[in-house]
Design a protein around this ligand. Structure first.
Ligand code: GLU
Length: 518
């Protein structure tokens, strides 16, 4: 019997979501959507030491910006669902609010002999670690050491009972079976085997705060929420043997999810994991949205840097998934239809910041004029007031091919809205020479008197004729005109500039330049 697909993204709110985390969420989402399955968001916040205020909100907002909407766990307003309902049957989805359910599972394992109570204090364990380090070794709570430590395997039964009832400083640890080959399967990596003696007896539950650790809460919740596939980052691969053993100990193998571990996102040079420091050093974001930490340190975000969310999703999709064709531009819809876990690559995916910009430019190219007008107004609100959408749209069309981001539009086009107040001295020195000084007044009167109607084609054609018939230098005349109209020697074609500005404004700008430069 095949079960309906149910996958989850289960971040811990320990800070802003790294772009690798968004990729994990995306792959889960794509997998769920193409299987008519359910995508669940679960917040794994049982480690109160690492909890960071605002991180949960950040995660939800980042997913929404990307257009990744969980089916379960979070409501239409972006709030974590706290009460069970038909749509959200397993609520609450925040593990700190589920704390009541985990103890009985941990104790079930103790009763079945798969786990034990451990009474060693933090100080005692630290001392053991220190002692081992002094001897250049490491201390591990495992098959070899547990019989010599303070736990329910070594202490008399009545003492164990008394301490469990009266003390608050104990934990429940998983009893890793001795010398077993744990056989596992990963959908991306294939079969994996690990000898159980390499594993340690992880804490599952802590009496002190009555909270489970990640491992227990994660397995219990995946089971209760009927998760069918666990798609997560490679950093969890070392936990897989323990997770297999936990499913076995609970007797849940029948419904155990299948696992897929995604390889890391690597630095542009491929040497190591992509970090915020790489982003700061090389000038690109590693987070979907801007984040300000408790120290006031700012991390830039793709959203604030001007990336379109669909471009960002496209970039992430191809970092670790190979469509098997030359196609690079994929809409979310296309990704849902073509994504497969089989084509997720085993090796790490190098992040290429230049390619990321290229993707955004491709999405910029695909936008309609109306969309660009709206984008431009949103990014430079105040400055465009007083100009109508037709004019702003025409400007966007002239400059769009030279931009990677809408936030470059103002710099590329400000002269369409504000006449130059000064002239770039280097350009003046280069173009404003005696021979041209004699020519420009003639070009000026020709423009004002002869070019009618003042269309792009007429401007282009007639100026060309004028300049060639007089054997003037095309480049020098055009560059001087551009300098007069723009204030420097950059910008789109002179005919485009003149046509959009209109004859009166062109006349005024040439007059002003002649007056200023003499
Ligand atoms: N809470 C874990 C994390 O922060 C989830 C790991 C998993 O998906 O099992 O990545």
């Amino acid at each position: 019997m095949t079960r309906p697909v149910r996958v989850r993204f289960a971040p811990s709110p320990t800070g802003p979501l790294h772009m690798g985390g968004v990729r994990t969420a995306l792959y889960n989402y794509l997998y769920a959507k193409q299987s008519n399955g359910t995508f669940v968001l679960r917040i794994e916040d049982t480690d109160s030491q690492r909890f960071v205020p605002g991180a949960e909100e950040y995660i939800i907002e980042a997913l929404r910006w990307c257009g990744i909407f969980p089916d379960e766990g979070v409501d239409e307003n972006g709030k974590m669902v706290e009460e069970p309902s038909e749509k959200h049957p397993y609520a609450p989805y925040r593990q700190s609010q589920r704390r009541g359910i985990y103890r009985k599972y941990a104790e079930e394992l103790v009763n079945k002999g798969y786990a034990y109570y451990a009474f060693d204090t933090a100080e005692e364990l630290d001392a053991l670690r220190k002692e081992a380090e002094d001897k250049k070794g490491t201390f591990t709570y495992n098959y070899a050491s547990r019989d010599f430590l303070k736990n329910s395997l070594t202490l008399p039964e009545d003492e164990v009972r008394r301490r469990v009832e009266n003390e608050t400083n104990w934990t429940i640890r998983f009893k890793i079976p001795e010398n077993r080959t744990v056989k596992m399967n990963d959908l991306i990596r294939g079969d994996i085997e690990v000898n159980s003696n390499t594993l340690d007896d992880k804490v599952l539950w802590k009496r002190i705060d009555e909270l489970p650790t990640y491992h227990l809460a994660n397995i219990v919740d995946d089971h209760l929420m009927q998760i069918t596939e666990v798609i997560r980052g490679e950093e969890w691969l070392p936990s897989l043997p323990l997770h297999y053993l936990l499913y076995e100990a609970f007797g849940w193998q029948e419904s155990q999810p299948r696992f897929a571990h995604l390889s890391l996102l690597l630095k542009p040079d491929g040497k190591g994991k992509l970090s915020k420091r790489d982003g700061d050093r090389l000038g690109f974001p590693v987070f979907p949205l801007k984040w300000i930490n408790a120290e006031g340190e700012i991390s830039r975000g793709y959203r604030e840097d001007g990336y379109f969310p669909d471009a960002f999703i496209n970039i992430l999709a191809l970092l670790g998934w190979n469509p098997g064709t030359e196609q690079e531009i994929f809409s979310l819809e296309e990704l849902i239809n073509t994504f497969t876990l089989e084509r997720v690559v085993k090796s790490g995916a190098k992040f290429n910041p230049e390619k990321a910009k290229w993707f955004n430019q491709e999405y910029l190219r695909k936008r309609t004029t109306e969309q660009l007008v709206a984008d431009f107004k949103a990014s430079d609100a105040g400055k465009l007031v007083g100009y109508n959408d037709t004019y702003i749209g025409a400007v966007c069309e002239v400059i769009r091919d030279r931009a990677h981001f809408v936030n470059e539009f103002w710099d590329l086009s400000s002269f369409f809205f504000v006449a130059p107040a000064s002239y770039d001295p280097a350009s003046v020195a280069k173009f404003w020479k005696d021979d041209i000084k004699a020519v420009i007044p003639r070009v000026h009167s020709f423009i004002c008197e002869k070019i009618n109607p003042f269309t792009r084609e007429n401007i282009e054609q007639q100026l060309h004729e004028l300049i060639t018939s007089n054997e003037w230098s095309m480049g020098r005349v055009m560059n001087t005109l551009r300098l007069f109209l723009v204030g420097e020697s950059k910008g789109p074609g002179v005919a485009d500039i003149m046509f959009l500005l209109g004859k009166d404004e062109v006349d005024a700008r040439i007059k002003r330049a002649l007056n200023t430069l003499g």
